[in-house]
Ligand binder design. Structure first.
Ligand SMILES: [Zn+2]
Length: 302
């Protein structure tokens, strides 16, 4: 299958999901949620025009008018990394997957949610032995996220969800939430999108069915899970050509680390775009529900 066909297929299926789901919002004068499901297909179709929810692709006129209309209720800040993803995945994977989930979730709640530009370098010191990895000091990373949150607050946004796609960012982000809530005076929260897979018994079951390497390998690193997501959403970032794992000069000093690295590579051979579609759908629905409940819990913004 051509890459473009595969991408179209996953976007179509996500659009279909939005059309059928109960989480989808639509433009309304009052901006209240939940909203009727009458013109959901029309909303879902707008996926092909991603400017609709991406702050950095919008003009100041569009953002100003959206704020003035009272319809903008929340923002998502995606956080990821630029780090080694084994022999076959692009370094941007964590950032790209966080943006994908954030954007799809925002589209389900269109036009009430905007996606801020991603923080594309994360806290990855433990991968520095592998060439190409970039890392920020935790204080640099956290200061960057906080400043983006403060900017959004400055425009009157009162609900901010950080949607994280890189394991090393998870704990540092969560350790700051109470402090940031206090400091910014807004409803700010953080999650890693893979929390979706253990959020309910149904989600666990659906994930187990889909992952041959099991729930414990979610999110894993460049294994079946991440490679499946890439194959479904951005297959042009999966590069199998010329890869011969056992001949690669990796020089990893820690034998346990080397063993895991090899294991994840071979796990990745079990990946498929079909699995990726299921995994993306679960994450998008879960994040959209989270943003929706944040909006509902903020007096005057629901
Ligand atoms: Zn990753």
């Amino acid at each position: 299958m051509k890459f473009s066909d595969s991408r179209r297929r996953v976007l179509r299926s996500l659009a279909g999901m939005a059309a059928a789901g109960s989480l989808v919002g639509q433009a309304s004068g009052s901006g209240s949620l939940p909203l009727p499901a009458s013109s959901l297909t029309r909303v879902a179709d707008r996926y092909v025009h991603p400017r609709k929810v991406l702050l950095w692709e919008s003009t100041r006129k569009e953002i100003r008018e959206l704020i003035e209309s009272g319809r903008l209720k929340a923002a998502i800040i995606p956080t990821g990394s630029t780090e080694q993803h084994n022999e076959h995945l692009a370094m941007i994977h964590d950032t790209a997957s966080a943006v994908l989930v954030a954007q799809q979730a925002a589209l389900q709640l269109y036009p009430h949610v905007i996606v801020a530009p991603p923080v594309a370098v994360g806290i990855s010191p433990y991968w520095m032995e592998r060439k190409g990895t970039l890392t920020l000091r935790p204080e640099t990373f956290l200061a960057l996220v906080l400043d983006i949150g403060e900017s959004l607050r400055g425009h009157g946004i009162r609900n901010i969800l950080i949607v994280n796609g890189h394991g090393g960012n998870d704990k540092p982000l969560k350790s700051q939430i109470a402090r940031w809530r206090e400091k910014l005076g807004v409803n700010i929260d953080a999650c890693s999108y893979w929390e979706a897979y253990t959020a309910s018994e149904e989600a666990k079951e659906a994930t187990r069915k889909c992952m041959q390497t099991g729930l414990e390998k979610v999110p894993g690193h460049s294994g079946e899970f991440e490679t499946s997501i890439a194959l479904a959403a951005f297959p042009e970032r999966v590069h199998r050509e010329g890869v011969d794992y056992d001949k690669a000069k990796l020089d990893l000093r820690d034998p346990e680390d080397a063993k895991n690295d090899r294991e994840f590579y071979y796990d990745s051979l079990l990946a498929s775009s079909e699995k990726g579609e299921v995994l993306i759908r679960l994450a998008v629905d879960w994040v959209a529900a989270k943003v929706r409940s944040m909006i509902a819990s903020t007096p005057g913004s629901g």
